[in-house]
Design a protein around this ligand. Structure first.
Ligand SMILES: *Cc1c(COP(=O)(O)O)cnc(C)c1O
Length: 240
């Protein structure tokens, strides 16, 4: 068993323990392996250990990595964009990713929808919300989130799947949980505002290596884990 395989097992055990302590089924929480800054061989090792879904922040880096591993894996791996998206990158994202967690403006969503190639299934998207930062931090405000979500849900080539947030690091469970609950409240508000029968809105993308337990207690259905699987990141080259 590789180190990455061992780490994956340990993360699955953490998820299962957290679910058990709040009465949830452990298969109600999906694991996204965040492979940013790690090479194709790390993705390959995780995939060999059974991991299928990978998260990437830097579009160019991600597209290269997808090409490097594509031939090795059938069925194909699933790729989630979890980084900020500049306007000039929407086409690459629409052409290469399965999911986008970081929709924070309608203009980005419109571009992703119009640029999604016809031969691919619709892009699965989450609205990114900012519950704890100032205006300089990415994400829609909780006040903006419902209207944005309703508009995104209308776009033909996108499927609105949920809400995502990246709360600032906090030292203890109680503080983490309090912030995560605010994201959960946004999720619940969007769910209540969507037309009845709207399918697919089922994802609360919340929790990283340091705070996955608090996120699961608050209702996360997808945790995004990088260092807990791949080890500490070193930023040797400028991300781009
Ligand atoms: C890097 C990153 C993660 C993973 O963080 P770890 O602390 O390494 O688990 C999760 N989500 C987002 C949006 C990230 O940028």
């Amino acid at each position: 068993m590789t180190t990455i395989g061992d780490n994956l097992q340990a993360v699955h055990a953490r998820i299962a323990r957290a679910c058990a302590t709040c009465g949830r089924n452990s298969d109600s929480v999906a694991l996204l392996a965040v492979s940013k800054t790690f090479g194709a061989e790390a993705v390959h090792a995780a995939a060999q250990a059974g991991q299928r879904a990978f998260g990437e922040n830097y579009i160019q880096e991600a597209v290269q990595k997808m090409a490097d591993v594509a031939a090795l894996h059938a069925p194909p791996l699933q790729w989630h964009c979890i980084g900020p998206i500049q306007s000039n990158k929407t086409r690459l994202v629409a052409e290469h990713f399965d999911w986008v967690h970081t929709v924070e403006r309608l203009k980005t969503a419109e571009r992703l929808s119009s640029q999604r190639p016809a031969h691919l299934p619709p892009l699965q998207v989450c609205i990114q919300v900012n519950v704890d930062g100032g205006a300089s931090k990415s994400g829609a405000t909780p006040d903006e989130a419902v209207a944005l979500a309703l508009a995104v849900a209308q776009l033909p080539r996108l499927v609105l799947r949920g809400v995502m947030s990246i709360p600032d690091p906090l030292p203890d469970f109680a503080a983490q949980y309090a912030v995560h609950r605010r994201v959960r409240a946004v999720f619940d508000a969007v769910a209540a505002a969507l037309p009845p029968g709207q399918a697919g809105f089922d994802t609360l993308s919340l929790g990283m290596t340091a705070d996955l337990e608090a996120a699961i207690h608050a209702g996360s259905t997808l945790v995004r884990i990088g260092s807990g699987i791949f080890g500490a990141r070193r930023y040797a080259t400028a991300p781009g």
